[in-house]
Write a protein that binds this ligand. Structure first.
Ligand code: COA
Length: 138
């Protein structure tokens, strides 16, 4: 049985970095896991959660809220722990936290080739929107 709790930098960093490196690969510096974690905890918004089973971190979700939209990032479940509802409970936990802050809509970005993850989010009520995502490195 897993629990979902806030990320704790004193105990969780190494495991989260290993999990993200394993799942996401991270080939570019701006996505480097330690840097992402440090920047997120510096914001201190209470929107970074981990799924834990017997002291092992088996999943993560980062959310963000800017007063207009909520966003989900870094939703991940360890490959050995998938298809047991952990990803769903992480997303729903983040949605509740966003909703408690007054957030009325949550968005996320994934590669359109990532069909299994699209299916995952569809199962949670998300739908695709006809928008073009744009970005710029600062
Ligand atoms: C996407 C991910 C978080 C799902 O985690 P999970 O714990 O396996 O998800 P759940 O068990 O809660 O799945 C809920 C539902 O999503 C759908 N789903 C999940 N994985 C799926 C897959 N590989 N193919 C098709 N549908 C899938 C199913 O409908 C599933 O319900 P079911 O088990 O009753 O069939 C996990 O596969 C993952 O970490 N993927 C790699 C990282 C990633 O792509 N993250 C998202 C980008 S930020």
């Amino acid at each position: 049985m897993h629990e979902i709790r806030h990320y704790d930098d004193t105990s969780d960093r190494l495991q989260v970095v290993e999990l993200w490196q394993h799942i996401f690969g991270y080939e570019t510096a701006h996505n480097e896991p330690n840097l992402s974690i440090s920047k997120k905890i510096a914001v201190n918004d209470g929107l970074f959660f981990v799924a834990v089973e017997n002291t092992q971190i088996i999943g993560t979700v980062m959310a963000g809220y800017d007063g207009h939209r909520g966003w989900l990032y870094s939703v991940s479940v360890h490959p050995n722990k998938r298809h047991h509802g952990i990803g769903s409970s992480l997303v729903q936990h983040a949605e509740s936290a966003l909703s408690n802050l007054g957030c009325m809509k949550v968005k996320l970005q994934i590669l359109d080739t990532n069909e299994s993850t699209v299916a995952f989010y569809r199962s949670l009520g998300y739908s695709t929107e006809p928008t073009l995502s744009m970005g710029k490195l600062l």
